[in-house]
Design a protein around this ligand. Structure first.
Ligand code: SF4
Ligand code: SF4
Ligand code: FES
Length: 315
């Protein structure tokens, strides 16, 4: 009889250990079915969370062979076909593990609350009239409104894994953008101001949050939207904004990037000089050419025309 094996990364409150469970294969099942089968028939001490079993509550996210998925909607057959009949199941990353596959959402909930991710209704609304908006206006935010707080994006976020002290969970940025773009909300300016020192320019563009979201959100793109609006609102005095503006200017001027100029424009001459030892190392390894002053690329006017068209479309 064909058997499936789950190697589960467990935690009993003190010790981490891996436990293997094998059980009979059944076609047409999900990752969550396997966990429930183990709990019901092999080991009632295994801890995991799940409620709706319909990809609605967000409780069942786990890592399967190193990638966050919603256990209740992930077809087992597709995963077995890709990885074979033995799977590693682990709790989502970048969360504190309470027990086995159960993680603590309290710190993340507190960070969400700090970012004030709830509607602050415009003054014309009141309890009697409610907060209505047109279908067209809702359409602008309905993707972000679909977030079920499963944590999959945060689990695979490269920036959070490197350092979570100066960055928020990707879903938090999507929620901030949702309220910034919500025509019923009156606090867009305050939200943009508040996000300035909350890691807005620290995203590493790895796009893991986009590929992992089971609801089609793209937190990395929402971060880009927040950055664009932030620049439009005049928040240009930080390295992130200076880097972005300098990048566009180089492309507009010549169609090429001048990395030496980019560095100086981004962090200033003094800080650039402080980075001289690193520049020297890059130079030695042939990664930097101080005499490289790129001229205009062929067809440079077409690049300028594209940039002009983009600017027109954004008006
Ligand atoms: S694109 Fe940015 S927010 Fe998304 S996972 Fe990568 S670092 Fe995190
Ligand atoms: S943005 Fe997507 S992956 Fe992230 S918590 Fe929301 S639903 Fe889950
Ligand atoms: S059990 Fe609710 S989303 Fe999976």
């Amino acid at each position: 009889m064909r058997k499936i094996t789950y190697k589960i990364e467990r935690f009993d409150g003190v010790n981490n250990f891996v436990q293997e469970y094998s059980f009979p294969y059944q076609p047409g099942k999900t990752i969550l079915w396997g966990l429930i089968t183990i709990k019901d028939s092999l080991d009632p001490t295994l801890a995991f969370t799940a409620a709706c079993r319909s990809a609605v509550c967000g409780a069942c996210a786990v890592r399967v062979n190193g990638q966050a998925v919603l256990a209740c909607e992930t077809p087992l057959d597709a995963i077995l076909e890709r990885f074979g009949d033995t799977l590693t199941i682990a709790p989502i990353q970048n969360f504190k593990v309470i027990r086995d596959l159960v993680v603590d959402w309290e710190p993340q909930a507190a960070r969400l609350a700090e970012a004030k991710t709830w509607l602050q209704p415009r003054d014309e609304f009141d309890a009697r009239k409610g907060c209505r908006q047109t279908a067209a206006d809702f359409k602008k935010i309905n993707t972000q409104a679909a977030c079920i707080l499963c944590g999959s994006c945060a689990s695979e976020c490269s920036k959070l894994s490197a350092n979570d002290q100066d960055f928020l969970e990707p879903f938090t940025y999507s929620k901030v953008w949702k309220f910034v773009a919500d025509t019923r909300d009156k606090s867009a300016a305050e939200r943009i101001q508040a996000i300035q020192d909350k890691g807005l320019w620290k995203c590493m563009h790895c796009a893991e949050c986009i590929t992992k979201c089971p609801k089609g959100l793209a937190p990395g793109e929402d971060i880009a939207r927040l950055r664009q609006l932030s620049i439009k609102m005049g928040y240009t005095g930080n390295p992130g904004a200076r880097h972005a503006l300098s990048f566009v200017k180089d492309i507009e001027d010549t169609g090429r990037l001048n990395e030496a100029k980019l560095q100086v424009r981004t962090i200033g001459l003094i800080s650039s000089i402080a980075k001289f030892p690193m520049a020297l190392r890059l130079l030695r390894r042939g990664k930097l050419n101080p005499f490289h002053f790129p001229g205009k690329v062929k067809g440079h006017e077409q690049i300028q025309a594209i940039l002009k068209a983009v600017r027109e479309s954004e008006k």
